[in-house]
Design a protein around this ligand. Structure first.
Ligand code: Z15
Length: 833
């Protein structure tokens, strides 16, 4: 590597190189220095927020030193790098994670205490980095943690949204969205004002003859926007590797154009240009599993993809290799279809700018990309209209047409005289207007396509992508079951449980090899261990009960069974079935004699999750949950036997508190709709059981922990299509228990029935697409089985311990190793700790 400082002066640099703090005293010195200089405060006005800032800065200083060393090491090793392209990174808080990953939380705790602060309170000061909607964004964050912890040379690329997912407030039982401005103080990002890329939009394409006399396409763009890099260090757990997450921020390109405007006195419109450019990275689209086809979203996608590719290509070019070696140096993973334009952009770079022939370029492209599919829901599959792409990216549209042409020609050779398959697999849908099917483009432009759980990977092969299996053969399609990082989701979220497990499994090795949890099974009958296990769960429930009291005013009994469903609100996830179930339980309790009632098990039904602002039905579901809570929680006859609460603003840091406090959590999507689910894994890892359908990763969790440890119910994915058909064309009778629930809603027990009419009619009048009625009675029965099992506290604890012991498979480390071997062909970089 070439150094910018010449030899004789380098000695002074090495003498002064920063080392970061080494002990508690050094840590305290750094904190005080940051309070007094960086923050310009003193011991007279250092509050918790300043203590957080200074602590974060002290750790940030450490991280960036490791970051630098890691980048140098990876460049020097010259090995293949992985680039994970994701429009979402749902990181949550960084301080606790940084302290634990570099192994200095104890030191910081003692240091902060010495300075007059409690580390728990300091940690709570941090604002979540919420650059994501739900599962897909959180998966990306877990993957970054595993990539660094396993020492893979890997970068994440995303957008630096000024506003992350909105903050949810519940006002009079309704969701209200408040913008989340999170950048006021963010010590975790490093602006790289020297790392910028000019990104072009609009304009037109001309044919030109280049110096070699060859005809090439030249894109004369109409607008240029600048992408500025912001780097976020990603520390691995117990390793010196600190990888990079590079987020792009948009800025007006200060070209001559603006200058002219400025000179001619058109100051206002040059400011307007500025603002328009900054709009690109202004806000995360708040839709989970839904594509709305907005132009600004397409601009975001191209902006981010083009900047990232430029950066990747620039780095590759420094190695002076020939283009054909590109796929040996670079693996790019597409997190869903959102970055699919990267395929087109790389082809454009290679043929238009680098002068490669089409076939040679296309080989490089296909060998570089891998595509992960995360959904089969039709409303989530991205399609962009041809006129929109024509307008925004005219050269890219031509390339897409060429990709499609060559692809369809090979299909035609393979299946002569089969017009149907040509129409079915065409990247261009012949609709009005024509649409580009991004998933098809992603499949054609990648060497591997993976689903995220076994059932899901099978489903994509037999349904939405079945023709592509015929064309490319089955080996192009593979499964990588999702995973979660045990560092955040056990060690950080549930420190007492983590320590207890460490004490029984011979240390903290399970945090880097989660299969080591299986040693817990040897201790399942150890009385003291079981007692402590139960105490930890209870303490976590007490903490959540306090939060519930503080935020909703509802008093809940920590000894009650905590029944939790926290995730984005969506009809396919069936929170409506859960609240209908709660109403059913309420009616059953009301119908009992006081003596009978006395024998019932107290329950707290806990909900949380955001509805997309434009998703009317999801908002109605939130309203019904709150309305039921308002009645049930104030019913003196019912008392502790049933409470229904909706926790506002569910996010990563709330998840870290809620998940460890759960007894039973609900993963009850209509079979075949939830690609994987990942919170199911987090709940079980934290010693909670689950009630769920045979969907997504629930199936593999069952395989691992045994069906005796999970409450499964409902129809299977093979049965769904026929049931839907019968609802529409045969007879459709609503389950009687559910009909009674509807009757109660319509009586006005929970407020104006009109407010909930959409939810009722979706089931009764509109074909019950999500099979709420079909699954209702088995759902209710399954809950009765949960009650029964919970009464036997000893049996319950056995189930919990056994389940945790068998969860090793679901580490995102296992998952990343599978990607590395099966898709990326990359190896970890050996490092000395
Ligand atoms: C999203 O969060 C998921 C899929 C999507 O297509 C979009 Cl747009 C957002 C989720 C799946 O719903 C969930 O089942 C899966 O566990 C998660 O991605 C990660 O693969």
């Amino acid at each position: 590597i070439e150094a910018s400082i010449p030899e004789p002066q380098r000695e002074a640099w090495l003498r002064h190189q920063a080392g970061g703090f080494k002990d508690q005293d050094g840590f305290e010195r750094e904190v005080v220095r940051h309070v007094e200089t960086t923050l310009a405060r003193s011991l007279y006005n250092c509050d918790e927020s300043a203590a957080y800032s200074a602590t974060a800065l002290a750790f940030r200083d450490r991280l960036i030193l490791e970051w630098n060393r890691t980048q140098q090491r990876q460049t020097f090793a010259d090995s293949k790098r992985v680039y994970y392209l994701s429009l979402e990174f749902l990181m949550g808080r960084a301080l606790d994670n940084a302290m634990l990953n570099v192994g200095q939380k104890d030191l910081a705790k003692a240091g902060l205490s010495d300075l007059g602060f409690r580390i728990e309170d300091v940690i709570q000061q941090e604002h979540d980095a919420a650059l994501g909607n739900g599962g897909l964004g959180r998966l990306a964050a877990c993957f970054l943690d595993s990539l660094a912890s396993l020492n893979y040379p890997a970068w994440g690329y995303g957008l630096r949204y000024r506003y992350g997912i909105f903050k949810q407030e519940i006002i009079d039982g309704y969701q209200v969205e408040v913008p989340d401005y999170w950048l006021d103080f963010n010590p975790w990002e490093f602006p790289r004002h020297d790392v910028t890329v000019d990104i072009q939009f609009y304009g037109n394409v001309e044919k030109k003859t280049n110096d070699a006399g060859k005809t090439v396409c030249h894109w004369e763009a109409g607008e240029t926007v600048k992408a500025v890099a912001y780097d976020v260090p990603i520390p691995g757990y117990a390793t010196p590797t600190t990888n990079n997450l590079r987020l792009w921020s948009s800025k007006a390109a200060s070209g001559e154009f603006d200058f002219q405007k400025f000179n001619s006195g058109d100051y206002e419109s040059s400011v307007a240009d500025q603002q328009r450019a900054e709009t690109i990275s202004a806000v995360l689209y708040p839709n989970d599993n839904l594509d709305r086809g907005k132009e600004l979203r397409l601009k975001q996608q191209y902006f981010w993809v083009a900047a990232s590719l430029y950066d990747i290509v620039r780095r590759f070019k420094k190695t002076n290799r020939s283009w054909k070696e590109f796929p040996e140096q670079v693996a790019i993973q597409l997190n869903d279809t959102h970055p699919t334009l990267a395929i087109v952009e790389l082809q454009r770079i290679l043929i238009d700018l680098e002068g490669l022939e089409w076939d040679e370029a296309w080989n490089i492209v296909v060998n570089t990309f891998g595509y992960t599919n995360h959904t089969v829901l039709p409303e989530a599959l991205e399609k962009w209209s041809v006129p929109l792409i024509q307008h925004l990216l005219p050269r890219h549209l031509q390339i897409i047409y060429d990709i499609n042409l060559y692809f369809l020609q090979t299909v035609e050779r393979q299946f002569p005289d089969d017009r149907e398959i040509l129409r079915d697999v065409s990247i261009i849908e012949e609709s009005q207007p024509k649409m580009i099917r991004m998933a098809f483009l992603a499949i054609v432009g990648s060497h591997k396509v993976n689903g995220v759980a076994e059932l899901h990977s099978d489903l994509i092969k037999t349904t939405i992508f079945k023709d592509f299996v015929r064309i490319f053969g089955p080996d192009k399609f593979t499964n990588v079951t999702n995973g979660i990082t045990p560092r955040r989701w056990l060690h950080q979220a549930n420190p007492r449980l983590s320590e207890l497990i460490a004490s029984k499994t011979g240390g903290h090795g399970f945090l880097t090899d989660l299969t080591a949890l299986n040693k817990l099974e040897l201790h399942v009958n150890d009385k003291a261990f079981r007692k402590e296990w139960a105490e930890i769960k209870y303490a976590n429930k007490v903490r959540l009960a306090k939060h519930i009291k503080a935020t909703t005013g509802v008093t809940v009994n920590p000894a009650a069974l905590f029944d939790v469903q926290v995730k984005r609100i969506h009809e396919y996830k069936r929170q409506q079935m859960n609240i209908f179930g709660a109403i059913h339980r309420y009616l059953a309790l009301k119908a009992m004699t006081p003596e009978e009632r006395q024998k019932q098990l107290p329950r707290v039904s806990i909900f949380g999750g955001k509805a997309a602002p434009g998703y009317w039905m999801a908002k109605q579901i939130i309203h019904l949950i709150n309305s039921v809570g308002a009645v049930v929680n104030n019913d003196k006859e019912i008392g502790d036997l049933l409470k229904v609460v909706f926790l506002e603003d569910y996010n990563v840091s709330k998840a870290e508190m809620i998940i460890p406090a759960s007894d039973i959590s609900e993963h009850i999507s209509t079979a075949g709709t939830e690609a994987s689910g990942t919170s199911n894994m987090k709940f079980v890892l934290n010693g909670g059981l689950i009630i769920g359908t045979c969907d997504g990763a629930n199936i593999e969790i069952t395989r691992e922990i045994d069906e005796s440890n999970i409450f499964l119910f409902g129809h299977l994915s093979e049965e769904v299509e026929e049931l839907r058909h019968t609802h529409l064309y045969g007879e459709h009778v609503v389950d009687p228990k559910l009909a009674a629930v509807f009757a109660e809603i319509e009586k006005g027990t929970f407020g104006n029935p009109q407010d909930f009419a959409g939810m009722v009619s979706a089931v009764r009048e509109h074909g019950d697409y999500y099979l709420v009625s079909d699954d209702f009675s088995s759902y209710v029965d399954s809950h009765a089985a949960v009650d029964e099992a919970y009464r036997d506290q000893e049996g319950w604890v056995t189930k919990c311990i056994t389940s945790v012991a068998r969860m090793g498979f679901f580490s995102s480390d296992r998952c990343i190793n599978e990607y590395a071997e099966e898709i990326w062909n990359v190896e970890p970089l050996k490092v000395e700790a």
